[in-house]
Design a protein around this ligand. Sequence first.
Ligand code: TXA
Ligand code: MG
Length: 315
Amino acid sequence: MTMHAANADSIAAAAQHLRAGKLVAFPTETVYGLGADATNDAAIAKIYALKKRPVFNPLIVHIAAFDWLGTLATTDDRAVILAKAFWPGPLTLVLPRSKTCAASKLVSPNLKTIAVRQPNHPIATHLLNAVERPLAAPSANLSGHVSPTLAAHVEADFGAALDIILDGGPCQTGLESTVLDLSTATARLLRPGAISAAEITAHIGPIGPSAQMTTAEDLKSPGQLEKHYAPSVPVRLEADAAEAGEALIGFGSTANADINLSAAGDLTEAAANLFHALRNLDDPTRFSGIAVAPIPKAGIGIAINDRLRRAALGR
Ligand code: TXA
Ligand code: MG
C-alpha cells in the first residue's frame, strides 16, 4: 500500500525505508517532497529517474535543525541571520558545499553549491529526526508538472511506483519555498516564494535581481528554468472572463469562476489553493484552456504570479 496516514508507526516505517535507500513522499508546509537519504548516491539517482528530472536541475536538502547545516555547507553572517529569522520555514539557502559535506554530489551535480532548508512541518521534522540524516527532496511531482499540495496529487503522479506516501493533509503554504543564492557576494533571488524579497532585504540589505533563463544552456546557475509549472491545456492570464470552452480561475470578486482562489481576496489563501485549482481544471476533456483573473502582485502574490506566468508558457 502506498498511502499512509502520517502517525508514529508510519513515520517509523518511512524512516526505515529512507535509511535503506528507498524513496518516501512526505508533507512540508510548502508542497509535498519526494524524499531520499541525501548521503546515499543510489537513493538520489532514484529521485531523478522517478521524476524524469534532468540531472542539471539540483535538489534541495532538508534538515531538522539549524545545527545540521554545518555538516553540509559553509555559512556566513547572511546565512546565519536569515536562518535565525526564517527557519524553520519556506526559505531555501544556496551556499557553498563544505569540504566535508555529508551529502551526495548528485544533489547538485557539477556545482560547488548546495541548497538547504529546514521545513516547518511537524511530520517532516519528525521524519528527519527519525532518519537522522538530511533528506534530499524535490517537489513530489513528475518533472514539469504542477507541484503537489495534497497526498492525492503525489499518488496521481507516481501511484504504485512509491512504497510510502505519508499523508499529512493539505500543505499550508501551497507554493514552493523561496530560493536565495548566497554563494556570491551579492545575494540573488532564484525563485520567489512565501518569504518575499522585501523581507529578506530587511534582514541582509539589498539583493540582486534574478536573471530569467529558458533553456539548460542559459543555466549558469540553475533554479530558474522558465517552463515549469505547466498544465497540459493552455493557460491565459489577466482574464476578465472565460472564453468559450475555457475554465476560469477567479480571485476576489470574479464572477462565474469555476474555482475562486480566494473569494475574500486573501493572497495567502489564494497561494494555498493555486496548485490544486490548476490540477483540477487541467482536463482537456472538459476545458480547452484555463483563464486566470488578475492576482495582485504584492507579497506572496509575486510568487503566485511567477508560477502562473510559467504555467502560461505551456509545455
Ligand atoms: O518548497 C520547496 O522548496 C519544496 C519542498 C519539498 O521543500 N521543494 C522543491 O524542490 O520545490 P524542487 O526540486 O522542486 O525545486 C528546487 C529548486 C529548483 O529550482 C532547483 O533548480 C533549485 O531549487 N536548486 C536546488 N539546488 C540548487 C543549487 N545548488 N543552486 C541553485 N539552485 C538550486
Ligand atoms: Mg519542483
